[in-house]
Design a protein around this ligand. Structure first.
Ligand code: ZN
Ligand code: ZN
Ligand code: FE
Length: 751
């Protein structure tokens, strides 16, 4: 990554230090340097080049040749070339660097208190770029004409702002504005101070950030947070908070060294941290959740805002109504009408909408939840070659796409749930943008097997229109391949892919799958026993339905549910289950979590995806393990031609949970035993598969493996059993990582 990261000035100063003449030039995805001078100086130049890189630059490979000297006397930086092919690495958006921060709070600096200062080491990148190559004229900064002082810095190779495309100052750059809920400017000498005061008075604000608007309020005020939930139609899904510094983080949450490093990193993600015992944060911020999503300020505007509120923690949640895509344009006032009391906005357009990234740390290693701002579009290295450029379009939810070429997968930022037309439009536009940014025109296209995913439809239409071949990859095969690819695996593995929903080759809803295979092929070697999903999608929102389905399957009466459900509702459900009416079969592990959560009395209905499982995890983490529940492994012949498949019989488990509930065992204890059961279950199935296949490598993937407790214990147990175990560290285990897996499968089949 050598463009937009201060690489050319770095080369310039290195050449100057060794008295070398010549030039440096961006050329497609590379930097080309010619230097001439004394041989020892040339050697030193070559040796030092990769050694002291600017913070955001990375070099993958240096190659060089000797040439006859041209007789140059000075070293110069040549302008970017717009032509040429090859992968161009565009930098993600970067959190404000230390030097810029010092200027921001230095009363003697000409950028003192200026919310849009940045330099070659920090600032907006992906979110402002319109076209490659990365130059100011092709960003949303094009409309701002640099003042003489900024221009001089921009042209001075020894300056930190040399060719800093988004550079700006109070004289020439973007400006803040405060708007009332109707979009009328509020006249105030200091928009930031007025906005801060309103927040401290309990108001809800909207602030335009790097990749879109945030909704903001004082995180200590229950009333404000509850009101924000009401207006946003977001019942319980946790909000993230932004706090001024690590000291404050430490006063709210438990923070380990890896978490600290992530918070302070240039990517500045939201990090999920365990809440401390005493916390001024209102309960409504993350109700019934032992974790809190925390981030540090990552733009000068955020730093100033936190100062304006005296360092009080602020709720910072995506600026949208329930699950719509976040507002990012000037129409935010309409989109957020009725939610925000006032808007702190500015006139630097956002070109690419980009949500905050979310991550957590398990066993000292990052486990990404959402890979977006600050990470995308940095490529993921591949352990194999993409013979031809590929576009993989991912799934329907937590959508990402990926473009593969050579040994890189350019994984997009998070595009959200494509049910929303606006999100789908953004998906289409961003595919085109990325193709242009990385200078790749994909020759074929890969999608999920699910015929009704918006991305699958896109792939079909695109393939017909452009006559590009299309390949569909089974959901869980893509999950497994995604984990393999980011870990550089090329051998055949056992893939444990546990998630909520994925379209199976038999038309059933899969999600508790043990696959055996590699990139090219996979075989379903074992899975959880099918049960009905009464009401289909409704069963996802109402875990009590899954509890009833599992009780019916295990031949246990509905007695446990009778106290909480209507008799006739249960009677209807019974009929649906008996006759498989609107009741698709599923092997989903996510639904098993739901069933156990409902049985244990944790919750009967969820208001966001994965809520029941997250609460079970939270409860389980609070008690030490004791026993686990029984299950059985059976064998069946499935598929065409028929193959032997292990079936994990969950009925003994469900009966045991029901017995515990009846005996008054605490929900936390039941949650704990259920987690231990899953660890046992995964270990014994992997053990059996090792016996029959001889395979000793396991890849863990699927959204269930966002569960830190489960992931950690499964890794430990399988490791102890002599397996080599791999899990996600670079891309999320959930459907946000599907596109990478699809890409890997396609590349392997192509090669
Ligand atoms: Zn900076
Ligand atoms: Zn200026
Ligand atoms: Fe999935």
């Amino acid at each position: 990554m050598v463009q937009g990261v201060g690489f050319r000035p770095y080369v310039y100063s290195l050449a100057a230090r060794h008295s070398l003449a010549g030039f440096v030039r961006n050329q497609a995805g590379r930097v080309v340097i010619e230097v001439e001078g004394e041989p020892p100086s040339l050697d030193r130049f070559l040796a030092e080049l990769p050694a002291r890189l600017p913070p955001l630059a990375t070099i993958e490979h240096v190659s060089w040749v000797r040439q006859p000297p041209r007789g140059d006397h000075r070293f110069h930086i040549e302008a970017s070339e717009a032509t040429g092919s090859g992968s161009v690495f565009i930098s993600p958006d970067v959190a404000t660097c230390r030097e810029c921060l010092a200027e921001l709070f230095d009363p003697g600096d000409r950028r003192f208190g200026y919310p849009f200062l940045n330099c070659t080491n920090c600032g907006p990148r992906l979110t402002i770029i319109i076209r490659a190559p990365y130059d100011r004229s092709r960003t949303t900064m094009a409309g701002f004409v640099m003042c003489a002082a900024c221009r001089a810095e921009y042209d001075d190779p020894s300056n930190r702002r040399f060719h800093a495309q988004p550079t700006a100052c109070p004289a020439c750059g973007p400006r803040l504005r405060l708007l009332d809920p109707t979009g009328e400017p509020v006249s105030t000498p200091d928009p930031l101070a007025s906005f801060g005061q309103a927040l401290l008075a309990g108001k809800i604000g909207a602030v335009k950030g790097l990749g879109g608007y945030h909704l903001v309020c004082d995180a200590r005020g229950s009333a404000a947070v509850a009101e924000l939930r009401r207006r946003k139609h977001r019942d319980e899904k946790p909000f993230a908070v932004m706090v001024p510094d690590l000291t404050v983080v430490g006063s709210l949450c438990e923070v380990g060294p890896v978490e600290r490093a992530l918070l302070l990193s240039p990517s500045a993600p939201i990090v999920l941290l365990r809440k401390g015992t005493f916390s001024p944060i209102a309960n409504e911020v993350a109700p019934r959740n032992p974790w809190l999503g925390v981030m540090l300020p990552y733009t000068p505007l955020h730093h100033l805002l936190l100062r304006a509120v005296g360092g009080v923690p602020l709720v910072m949640t995506s600026g949208n109504r329930s699950d719509e895509p976040i507002a990012y344009r000037d129409d935010a006032v309409e989109q957020l009408a009725g939610i925000a009391d006032l808007f702190l906005t500015h006139n630097r357009p956002i070109h690419v909408r980009c949500d905050d990234s979310v991550t957590r740390v398990v066993d000292g290693v990052e486990l990404p939840v959402r890979r977006s701002r600050g990470y995308a579009p940095r490529p993921i290295p591949l352990p194999f070659d993409c013979p031809r450029p590929i576009l993989s379009v991912g799934g329907q939810f937590k959508a990402t796409f990926a473009i593969g070429r050579d040994r890189h997968a350019f994984l997009s930022h998070h595009l959200g749930d494509l049910d929303h037309y606006d999100a789908y439009r953004a998906f289409e536009q961003d595919v085109t943008l990325y193709e242009q940014l990385v200078g790749i025109s994909p020759e074929w296209i890969v999608c999920d097997l699910h015929p009704d995913y918006a991305t699958s439809r896109y792939a079909r239409e695109h393939s017909v229109r452009s006559r590009k071949p299309i390949l569909s990859v089974q959901h869980h095969h893509a999950h497994m391949a995604s984990c393999m690819a980011e870990n550089g695996l090329t051998e055949t593995v056992i893939g444990v892919t546990f998630d909520g929903t994925g379209y199976g080759t038999d038309g059933a809803i899969w999600g508790g799958e043990f696959l055996v295979g590699n990139y090219r092929w996979s075989r379903r070697a074992a899975h959880l026993r099918y049960v009905g999903m009464p009401g289909s999608e409704r069963a996802i929102r109402e875990p009590w339905r899954m509890a009833a389905a599992h009780l019916a399957d295990a031949n246990v009466g509905f007695g446990l549910l009778e106290a909480r459900c209507l008799q006739d509702e249960l009677a209807v459900l019974r009929k649906m289950l008996d006759r498989w009416i609107n009741t698709p079969p599923t092997s989903s592990a996510g639904r098993l979590f739901d069933a156990v959560a409902a049985l244990a009395g944790v919750r009967d209905r969820v208001t966001y995806e994965g809520q029941a499982a997250a609460e079970l995890e939270g409860l389980a983490a609070g008690v030490p393990p004791d026993t686990s529940y029984p299950f059985e492994l059976g064998e069946e012949w499935e598929g065409e031609p028929p193959e032997s498949v292990l079936i994990v019989d969950t009925r003994p488990l469900v009966r045991a949970v029901a017995r515990d509930v009846a005996a008054g065992v605490s929900t936390a204890r039941i949650a704990r035993r259920f987690h231990s059961t899953l660890v046992d279950l995964i270990a014994s199935v992997c053990g059996r598969l090792r016996e029959t296949t001889g395979l000793g490598v396991v890849a863990l993937s699927g959204g269930v493996f966002l569960n830190a407790l489960l992931t950690s214990e499964v890794c430990m147990r399988l490791g102890r059993d002599g397996f080599r175990v791999y899990r996600h560290r670079l891309v999320p285990p959930n459907d946000g990582g599907l596109s990478l897996g699809q890409l890997a499968v396609a590349a392997a089949r192509d090669g």
